[in-house]
Design a protein around this ligand. Sequence first.
Ligand code: PEP
Ligand code: MG
Length: 557
Amino acid sequence: MSTTLTGAPVSPGRAAGPAVTMPDRVPEPRTTRLAGDDVEDAVVQLTRAAASVRDELTDRAGRAAGTAADLLAVTAAMAADPALTSDAERRIRSDRLTPERAIWDAARTMARQLEKIGPPLSERARDVRDVRDRIVAELIGVRPPGVPSPDHPFVLVADDLAPADTASLDPAVVLGIVTSGGGPTSHTAILARALGIPAVVAVRGAADITDGETVLLDGGAGIVVRDPDPETVAAAQQHESTRRAFDGTGRTADGTRVELLANVADPAGAQAAIEAAAEGVGLFRTEFSFLGRANEPAVSEQVAAYRRVLAAFPGRKVVVRTLDAGADKPLPFVTSDSEPNPALGVRGLRTATLRPGVLDRQLQAIARAAEAENADVWVMAPMVATAGETAEFVASCARHGLRTAGVMIEVPAAALRAEEVFAHAAFGSIGTNDLIQYTMAADRMLGELATLSTPWQPAVLELVRATCRGAAVHDRPVGVCGEAAADATLAPVLVGLGVRSLSMTPRALADVAAVLARVDLDECQELARLALSEDDPIAARSAVRDAIRPVLTDLGL
Ligand code: PEP
Ligand code: MG
């Protein structure tokens, strides 16, 4: 019999298929000593386990494509590296360690040595640890780490996913994502949306889902159905295959222009944006090229990474965000791992105060990439709190010839002092994910706080209004690039509050465009008043949905 679980809807779309659960983390083996007679056996076990890991990875690399194939080939080569296994062998023989403990210790020594050498070799420390975990898993008989790779499409079920796990997901194989943890604005959610994989997070009862059972999820409604009936599965698949298209120009019914842009993190995302007819890029998250890196990428490498995205948008606007490191996106070369409260710590633009060189080199790279390509490049800084920070950032951009410099409005202080901020900034982009987190004092990563973490909170909408009013004094445009922009019901409210561009995952463009095309600017303003007149977010959303019910029903939203 079917059971329905509810969670936070984070990436729209419906999907159904067999569940595959994420394996637990491989545990650190205990240090136990072998009896003298067992030593040679242990060496044989180690050699076999290493060979089996190498063969498995080589085989997978042969079947994968692009970056995934390269990553797997590197890890396979590491498993075949005799330096690692011979050190482990020596430890088995001299210290009578179990093979799993011996490879653990050998890997630790090797990873530390690599880290000491610095880039690019230090990047391989992660591969060493990955191989270590795989060999240990093989030796102790548990599932290897990372996203499983069965040879059929599946719905991935996890407690939560690390950004690196999510980034490596293949949308052709991973039909959907269900997690018991994670907040609606966590990076797992954002990457799932960027990859176009339907996802529901903070699902109560997800931990009970077992491997192989059929699950259906609706990433727009926030629902997961265990053991759905075949007709529902067929209907969901049919719905997905008949998605509407966006014609490439966002506007309300009376013709008020609302630019509809895409959020992009890499060239694949840029391609998805083009395919979805995005008018340009409203948020290029540059830090995603650098996640998992131990050291700052060279300027030339950055130029190459940015050019790959800019090249897809000749003559179109691309808003490049400078490095947003810290909190949920730690980067060892700019952030500290010892802050007691990283979300309130040195993150975003603040890292530039401690390491001005990193921002300076990034601006240099953006300027060089902009010069080499034909995109209309705008630059903005994340986590700006004051008018003073804005002035400094704009001046830094100007020193590099970057004339259109703006800020993200993510901190309530900046929204409240919008008039002063926009005296310097050429434009503003509201990062609702963080603005919600700081307005509601609710960690964006926490599933338990999902009811607080919504852009429908009247306090958040007030700050959107304050931002637009402050910007209007200087005739500066304001957009929204947080996840709120992808909510088709909220879009007219944001426009009614004064927002004139919305940047979102490419998959959401068509639905948002379709709703906007059916409401006048006057109606948008009325919907904004309606939402703000309610005391709680659920009531605000229902009131707006009721007011445009015929449009939503007609569009199947
Ligand atoms: C935001 O905070 O809304 C935003 C767009 O930035 P990020 O999600 O990358 O922190
Ligand atoms: Mg943010």
